[in-house]
Design a protein around this ligand. Structure first.
Ligand SMILES: *Cc1c(COP(=O)(O)O)cnc(C)c1O
Length: 237
Protein backbone atom coordinates (compact mmCIF):
# COMPACT_ATOMS: atom_id res chain seq x y z
CA UNK A 1 0.00 0.00 0.00
CA UNK A 2 1.32 3.49 -0.85
CA UNK A 3 2.14 6.01 1.88
CA UNK A 4 -0.65 8.20 0.53
CA UNK A 5 -3.17 5.39 0.78
CA UNK A 6 -1.99 4.64 4.33
CA UNK A 7 -2.30 8.28 5.33
CA UNK A 8 -5.76 8.63 3.84
CA UNK A 9 -6.94 5.50 5.61
CA UNK A 10 -5.44 6.69 8.89
CA UNK A 11 -7.05 10.14 8.74
CA UNK A 12 -10.42 8.66 7.88
CA UNK A 13 -10.09 6.34 10.86
CA UNK A 14 -9.25 9.34 13.11
CA UNK A 15 -12.35 11.16 11.83
CA UNK A 16 -14.44 8.05 12.39
CA UNK A 17 -13.18 7.55 15.95
CA UNK A 18 -13.55 11.22 16.82
CA UNK A 19 -17.11 11.20 15.52
CA UNK A 20 -18.01 8.07 17.49
CA UNK A 21 -16.49 9.55 20.65
CA UNK A 22 -18.99 12.42 20.57
CA UNK A 23 -21.98 10.59 19.15
CA UNK A 24 -21.74 12.03 15.65
CA UNK A 25 -21.67 10.33 12.27
CA UNK A 26 -18.41 10.46 10.30
CA UNK A 27 -20.55 11.06 7.20
CA UNK A 28 -21.35 14.54 8.50
CA UNK A 29 -17.68 15.50 8.44
CA UNK A 30 -16.14 16.28 5.10
CA UNK A 31 -12.43 15.72 4.56
CA UNK A 32 -10.70 18.50 2.68
CA UNK A 33 -7.23 17.42 1.53
CA UNK A 34 -4.96 20.46 1.65
CA UNK A 35 -2.58 19.99 -1.27
CA UNK A 36 -0.66 23.28 -1.06
CA UNK A 37 3.02 22.91 -2.01
CA UNK A 38 2.39 19.40 -3.37
CA UNK A 39 2.33 18.73 -7.11
CA UNK A 40 -0.76 18.11 -9.21
CA UNK A 41 0.31 14.47 -9.55
CA UNK A 42 -0.22 13.98 -5.80
CA UNK A 43 -3.74 15.34 -6.16
CA UNK A 44 -4.31 12.96 -9.06
CA UNK A 45 -3.10 10.04 -6.94
CA UNK A 46 -5.33 11.02 -4.02
CA UNK A 47 -8.26 11.39 -6.41
CA UNK A 48 -7.64 7.90 -7.77
CA UNK A 49 -7.92 6.70 -4.15
CA UNK A 50 -11.34 8.30 -3.83
CA UNK A 51 -10.53 11.74 -2.40
CA UNK A 52 -12.56 14.46 -4.15
CA UNK A 53 -12.18 17.72 -2.18
CA UNK A 54 -8.90 19.62 -2.26
CA UNK A 55 -7.80 22.85 -0.63
CA UNK A 56 -5.24 25.37 -1.87
CA UNK A 57 -3.74 28.43 -0.16
CA UNK A 58 -1.88 30.29 -2.86
CA UNK A 59 -3.75 31.62 -5.86
CA UNK A 60 -1.11 31.12 -8.52
CA UNK A 61 -0.19 27.63 -7.39
CA UNK A 62 -3.83 26.62 -6.94
CA UNK A 63 -4.97 27.86 -10.33
CA UNK A 64 -2.04 26.09 -12.02
CA UNK A 65 -3.14 22.82 -10.40
CA UNK A 66 -6.79 23.32 -11.32
CA UNK A 67 -5.74 23.81 -14.95
CA UNK A 68 -3.29 20.92 -14.92
CA UNK A 69 -6.04 18.60 -13.69
CA UNK A 70 -8.69 19.87 -16.09
CA UNK A 71 -9.48 16.34 -17.22
CA UNK A 72 -10.71 15.56 -13.69
CA UNK A 73 -12.51 18.89 -13.18
CA UNK A 74 -16.05 17.50 -13.02
CA UNK A 75 -15.13 15.03 -10.27
CA UNK A 76 -13.01 17.38 -8.16
CA UNK A 77 -14.12 20.08 -5.74
CA UNK A 78 -11.56 22.88 -5.36
CA UNK A 79 -11.56 24.97 -2.18
CA UNK A 80 -9.60 28.16 -1.75
CA UNK A 81 -8.51 28.55 1.90
CA UNK A 82 -5.73 31.17 1.80
CA UNK A 83 -5.52 34.94 1.98
CA UNK A 84 -6.99 36.76 -1.05
CA UNK A 85 -5.49 39.95 -2.39
CA UNK A 86 -7.76 42.13 -4.51
CA UNK A 87 -5.69 41.68 -7.64
CA UNK A 88 -6.01 37.87 -7.38
CA UNK A 89 -9.73 37.64 -6.65
CA UNK A 90 -10.68 37.13 -10.30
CA UNK A 91 -8.53 33.97 -10.56
CA UNK A 92 -10.23 32.61 -7.45
CA UNK A 93 -13.74 33.49 -8.70
CA UNK A 94 -13.10 31.79 -12.04
CA UNK A 95 -11.41 28.60 -10.87
CA UNK A 96 -12.64 27.49 -7.47
CA UNK A 97 -15.88 25.96 -6.18
CA UNK A 98 -15.53 27.14 -2.59
CA UNK A 99 -13.77 29.97 -0.75
CA UNK A 100 -13.28 29.64 3.02
CA UNK A 101 -11.24 32.75 3.61
CA UNK A 102 -13.52 35.74 3.07
CA UNK A 103 -12.66 38.34 5.67
CA UNK A 104 -13.54 41.65 4.01
CA UNK A 105 -16.66 42.92 2.30
CA UNK A 106 -14.53 44.30 -0.50
CA UNK A 107 -13.21 40.82 -1.33
CA UNK A 108 -16.69 39.31 -1.16
CA UNK A 109 -17.97 41.98 -3.53
CA UNK A 110 -15.14 41.39 -5.99
CA UNK A 111 -15.64 37.61 -5.94
CA UNK A 112 -19.36 38.13 -6.55
CA UNK A 113 -18.76 40.53 -9.43
CA UNK A 114 -16.09 38.33 -10.98
CA UNK A 115 -17.84 34.97 -10.65
CA UNK A 116 -18.63 33.89 -14.24
CA UNK A 117 -22.40 33.66 -14.69
CA UNK A 118 -22.22 30.25 -16.39
CA UNK A 119 -20.89 28.80 -13.12
CA UNK A 120 -22.99 28.10 -10.02
CA UNK A 121 -22.63 30.61 -7.17
CA UNK A 122 -19.36 30.33 -5.29
CA UNK A 123 -19.86 28.50 -1.98
CA UNK A 124 -18.33 30.69 0.72
CA UNK A 125 -17.41 30.75 4.38
CA UNK A 126 -16.43 33.81 6.36
CA UNK A 127 -13.11 33.50 8.15
CA UNK A 128 -13.33 34.61 11.77
CA UNK A 129 -10.47 35.73 13.95
CA UNK A 130 -11.46 34.06 17.21
CA UNK A 131 -8.42 34.90 19.27
CA UNK A 132 -8.60 38.58 18.34
CA UNK A 133 -4.96 38.91 17.40
CA UNK A 134 -4.16 41.79 15.10
CA UNK A 135 -1.59 39.78 13.15
CA UNK A 136 -3.99 37.10 11.95
CA UNK A 137 -6.48 37.34 9.14
CA UNK A 138 -10.17 36.89 9.78
CA UNK A 139 -13.00 39.22 10.67
CA UNK A 140 -13.77 40.12 14.27
CA UNK A 141 -16.89 38.50 15.79
CA UNK A 142 -18.52 41.94 16.15
CA UNK A 143 -18.37 42.54 12.38
CA UNK A 144 -19.66 39.10 11.44
CA UNK A 145 -23.38 39.77 11.13
CA UNK A 146 -22.81 42.75 8.89
CA UNK A 147 -20.62 40.88 6.40
CA UNK A 148 -23.03 37.92 6.40
CA UNK A 149 -25.95 40.24 5.60
CA UNK A 150 -24.04 41.80 2.75
CA UNK A 151 -22.94 38.42 1.34
CA UNK A 152 -26.49 37.09 1.50
CA UNK A 153 -27.52 39.86 -0.90
CA UNK A 154 -24.83 38.89 -3.44
CA UNK A 155 -26.33 36.64 -6.13
CA UNK A 156 -23.09 34.91 -7.16
CA UNK A 157 -22.05 33.97 -3.62
CA UNK A 158 -23.77 31.32 -1.50
CA UNK A 159 -23.01 31.70 2.19
CA UNK A 160 -22.33 28.34 3.84
CA UNK A 161 -20.75 29.08 7.22
CA UNK A 162 -17.63 29.98 9.12
CA UNK A 163 -13.95 29.11 9.08
CA UNK A 164 -11.16 29.68 11.57
CA UNK A 165 -7.46 29.02 11.97
CA UNK A 166 -6.86 29.10 15.73
CA UNK A 167 -3.51 29.73 17.30
CA UNK A 168 -1.64 26.37 17.26
CA UNK A 169 -1.50 24.69 20.65
CA UNK A 170 -1.00 21.13 21.92
CA UNK A 171 -3.46 21.69 24.74
CA UNK A 172 -6.71 19.96 23.80
CA UNK A 173 -8.80 22.13 26.13
CA UNK A 174 -7.55 25.32 24.47
CA UNK A 175 -8.12 23.77 21.05
CA UNK A 176 -11.69 22.97 22.03
CA UNK A 177 -12.28 26.41 23.45
CA UNK A 178 -11.60 28.23 20.19
CA UNK A 179 -13.57 25.69 18.16
CA UNK A 180 -16.44 26.06 20.59
CA UNK A 181 -16.41 29.83 20.06
CA UNK A 182 -16.73 29.38 16.31
CA UNK A 183 -19.57 26.93 16.79
CA UNK A 184 -21.40 29.42 19.01
CA UNK A 185 -20.96 32.19 16.45
CA UNK A 186 -22.46 29.97 13.75
CA UNK A 187 -25.31 29.03 16.02
CA UNK A 188 -26.10 32.72 16.68
CA UNK A 189 -26.15 33.38 12.94
CA UNK A 190 -28.42 30.38 12.36
CA UNK A 191 -30.90 31.89 14.80
CA UNK A 192 -30.54 35.48 13.65
CA UNK A 193 -33.68 37.13 12.35
CA UNK A 194 -31.50 39.79 10.72
CA UNK A 195 -30.48 37.32 7.97
CA UNK A 196 -32.53 36.13 5.00
CA UNK A 197 -32.24 32.39 5.52
CA UNK A 198 -33.81 31.64 2.12
CA UNK A 199 -30.70 32.95 0.48
CA UNK A 200 -28.08 31.27 2.61
CA UNK A 201 -27.33 27.78 3.93
CA UNK A 202 -25.49 27.99 7.23
CA UNK A 203 -24.43 24.34 7.51
CA UNK A 204 -20.63 24.55 7.50
CA UNK A 205 -18.04 24.84 10.24
CA UNK A 206 -14.65 24.65 8.55
CA UNK A 207 -12.33 23.93 11.45
CA UNK A 208 -9.71 21.39 12.42
CA UNK A 209 -6.32 20.66 10.84
CA UNK A 210 -3.88 17.72 11.08
CA UNK A 211 -3.14 18.25 14.77
CA UNK A 212 -6.56 19.18 16.13
CA UNK A 213 -9.26 17.38 14.19
CA UNK A 214 -10.42 15.51 17.30
CA UNK A 215 -11.07 18.74 19.22
CA UNK A 216 -12.72 20.31 16.16
CA UNK A 217 -15.02 17.35 15.58
CA UNK A 218 -15.99 17.28 19.26
CA UNK A 219 -17.07 20.91 18.87
CA UNK A 220 -19.12 20.33 15.73
CA UNK A 221 -16.76 20.72 12.78
CA UNK A 222 -18.36 19.73 9.47
CA UNK A 223 -15.21 20.12 7.39
CA UNK A 224 -11.66 19.36 8.47
CA UNK A 225 -8.77 20.74 6.42
CA UNK A 226 -5.91 18.27 6.49
CA UNK A 227 -2.56 18.71 4.76
CA UNK A 228 0.42 17.24 6.58
CA UNK A 229 -1.33 14.09 7.77
CA UNK A 230 -2.24 13.22 4.17
CA UNK A 231 0.58 14.46 1.94
CA UNK A 232 3.42 14.63 4.45
CA UNK A 233 5.58 17.47 5.70
CA UNK A 234 5.69 20.56 3.52
CA UNK A 235 8.93 22.09 2.34
CA UNK A 236 8.71 25.68 1.18
CA UNK A 237 11.04 26.71 -1.58
C1 LIG B 1 -2.03 24.53 5.51
C2 LIG B 1 -3.41 24.72 5.99
C3 LIG B 1 -4.16 23.64 6.50
C4 LIG B 1 -3.58 22.25 6.69
O1 LIG B 1 -2.71 22.24 7.76
P1 LIG B 1 -2.03 20.87 8.27
O2 LIG B 1 -1.59 21.20 9.63
O3 LIG B 1 -0.92 20.58 7.33
O4 LIG B 1 -3.07 19.83 8.24
C5 LIG B 1 -5.47 23.87 6.86
N1 LIG B 1 -6.04 25.09 6.75
C6 LIG B 1 -5.36 26.15 6.27
C7 LIG B 1 -6.05 27.46 6.15
C8 LIG B 1 -4.04 25.99 5.90
O5 LIG B 1 -3.37 27.06 5.44
Amino acid sequence: MSALQNNLNAIKERIHQAAIACGRSAQDIKLLAVSKTFPAEDVRDAHSLGQTCFGENYVQEGVAKVLELKDLRSSLEWHFIGPIQSNKSKDVAENFDWVHSIDRIKIAQRLNDQRPSHLPPLEVCVQVNISGEASKSGIGPDELLDICQKISAMPHLHLRGLMSIPEPTDDVQSQRKSHQQLRELLSQLQKSTALDHQKIQLDTLSMGMSSDIEAAIAEGSTMVRVGTAIFGKRTYL
